[in-house]
Design a binder for this molecule. Structure first.
Ligand code: NAI
Length: 327
């Protein structure tokens, strides 16, 4: 039998955590034959709730789940971790300045970066979900210099999946027949969902949809605003879709992307597509043997260029804001 993989979920007592830990323990993240040990971290005010989640995981009698650590101690939670999914963070509350929220998250990610660096497995892979996801990932990278850049990513797969779903709905095909959309940039409303290289049943999306007006406007804003639409409907932000997409992100990263298709991941920019190096930016990537690489050579038209640069600009500003919080 395979050795168990240790997966850390921070903010595990929260909404996404509640959906995610069960998915991980049922094999949705690492496959149906991979035993897992779950480490769940949250903060003291959520300690009782976290215990409750642990009780429920026990009660589900899950065959793949070989151990549970529920803790409010960062060092204990990070110990020996192979995969870290970071959901914990400070949410923006009404009346709060952007800078105040950034400042709270910068100190959380700085501290957790050091803990991961000290206690996690040397080849630990990190997925940051908590917002501002790209910039939290960047802070984590800065303060965990011994973790390779390539091991620190952020979640834009939910946006990617939302784009697939919109195209599937519009063209009345199953979502599995839509491929190779791209989310460029920030996990925020400036993200650019790009369909110029995507296909529906192997046909270019622009041919299959045959409505550029819709693709260039409503489609883009629907994907960008989907998070807000979920909040409006549920009075809570997306949780099950976020958890499901986090599983997709890690699964494809570890087990590889299917031949001929790519996915979107927030990764450390190497300057590809003229995106400033040193930003965590969402690119199209393929994965093989546990490593992602940015899909190269895609043609970028003027419409896309403009949108890719705007979302990069927002990330540059976030990075500066984060830096100013460090001083
Ligand atoms: P939530 O508020 O229900 O849960 C967050 C949990 O984190 C809480 O239990 C809280 O106690 C905990 N926490 C706070 N500070 C912590 C710290 N320093 N260490 C460990 N735990 C800590 O939030 P929800 O809905 O589960 O969302 C989690 C995050 O994911 C939010 O930042 C949200 O904005 C973000 N998000 C990102 C998405 C993406 O696609 N990248 C999609 C949906 C949500």
């Amino acid at each position: 039998e395979k050795e168990p993989v240790t997966v850390l979920v921070t903010g595990a007592a929260g909404q996404i955590g509640y959906a995610l830990v069960a998915m991980i323990a049922r094999g949705a993240m690492l496959g149906p034959n991979q035993p897992v040990i779950l480490h769940m971290l949250d903060i003291e005010p959520a300690e009782e709730a976290l215990k409750g989640v642990k009780m429920e995981l026990m009660d589900a009698a899950l065959p793949l789940l070989r151990g549970i650590v529920a803790s409010t101690d960062v060092a204990e939670a990070c110990k020996g971790v192979n995969i870290a999914v970071m959901l914990g963070g400070f949410p923006r509350k009404e009346g709060m300045e952007r800078k105040d929220v950034m400042s709270k998250n910068v100190s959380i990610y700085k501290a957790q970066a050091s803990a991961l660096e000290k206690h996690a497995a040397a080849d630990c892979k990190v997925l940051v979900v908590a917002n501002p996801a790209n910039t939290n990932a960047l802070i984590l990278k800065e303060f965990a210099p011994s973790i390779p850049d390539k091991n620190i990513t952020c979640l834009t797969r939910l946006d990617h999946n939302r784009a697939l779903a919109q195209i599937a709905e519009r063209t009345k095909v199953h979502v599995s027949e839509v491929k190779n959309v791209i989310i460029w940039g920030n996990h925020s409303s400036t993200q650019y969902p790009d369909v110029n290289h995507a296909t529906v049943q192997e046909k270019p999306v622009r041919e299959a949809v045959s409505d550029d007006e819709w693709l260039n406007n409503e489609f883009i804003s629907t994907v960008q605003q989907r998070g807000a639409a979920i909040i409006k409907a549920r009075k809570l932000s997306s949780a099950l879709s976020a958890a499901s997409s986090a599983c997709d992100h890690v699964r494809d990263w570890v087990l590889g992307t299917p031949k001929g298709s790519w996915v979107s991941m927030g990764v450390y920019s190497d300057g590809s597509y003229g995106i400033q190096p040193g930003l965590v930016y969402s690119f199209p990537v393929t994965c093989e043997k546990g490593e992602w690489s940015i899909v190269q050579g895609l043609e970028i038209d003027a419409f896309s260029r403009d949108k890719m640069d705007k979302t990069a600009q927002e990330l540059i500003e976030e990075k500066e804001l984060a830096k100013s919080c460090l001083n």
